[in-house]
Design a protein around this ligand. Sequence first.
Ligand SMILES: [Zn+2]
Length: 366
Amino acid sequence: MSTNIHNISPSKVIKGEKAWEKSKHIISKISKRPLIIGRSESTKNIRNLFKEDLLNIDIQAFSCDLNYDCCESDIQKIYKFSKKYDCDSIIAAGGGKVLDAGKIIADLLEIKCITVPLSASTCAGWTALSNIYTTEGKFIKDVSLKRCPDLLIFDHNIVRTAPRRTLASGIADGVAKWYEASLTSSASQDGFVQQAVQMARVLRDQLFLNGYQAFSDPLSNAWITVAEGCALTAGIIGGIGGARCRTAAAHPIHNGLTQLAYKNKALHGELVGFGLLLQLHLEEQHSNSQLPSQAKSQLIDFLSLLNLPISIKSIGLKSVNPIVLEEACKFACKNDSDIHKLPFSITEKDLFEAMQSCHCVDKITA
Ligand SMILES: [Zn+2]
């Protein structure tokens, strides 16, 4: 039997109401000079509050903002800042791309990593993986890290204030776990992978059952199950199942779509959800079963309820024409893309045709 190394979970997870408040003394035990990083103006007050809180308990906290997504220039900038001020941990507070940046910088510096997701839009606060983008937000690659964060703080009071669009995006990303993992890993003989795939199924069921209520009412119990499901459980699935049960077509299609220019920048899960519809369409083409087609119509209804894009026109592209879409298909179908882990072979042309003929996608004409 082969040997596998698993990065399953953060060393400690603190979740619930006022989790930040309860975490401060734990931070003081693992870090004396933390560097708080983030990006968006809308969450700057929260990061300033974190810094003040830490200074008030005599922790010498620093702060430095990212200029873009998780990209090489920002990684270099924060790396240098952290070295200059001799910081002993990174506290990444923000959405998935901020968390990814914090994790990879802490990994490079070999210092402690603390993630504080400010929304439930992805499971990036949990995993030992960072996606790297260009300064324009085009996906370049994912990087496996040495370990999961040392501490994850999931504060319900804070996450509840995030725009509900971020929760919808997290739900699409969470639902995708099952459709991607079951397609690539259901035949695996590895118990961990089998169990992770089943956990992804349970998560999908819970998101289907409670997703809309959570989206409509952040004060409901459903919100807790759903927000934690998207930001935490989805991470456990990746941690236990490993790379093999992570992606099929939805994420590679997301990676391809990030290569394009947007009027309004789409969130990760918005593109993954749309990629999932295309994945199910491709499965439909390559199977005699009715299941992919049923799953696709069920998903179209669900994504619509959450105001998520279900057509190429609604993902906010600057220009929707065949040349632009071919670029996305080309990237998604690169030789080393996970899309080739599908149980059937797929070419750029297949994907382009799926975009053209999939009934959930508006017909594109030159
Ligand atoms: Zn994802």
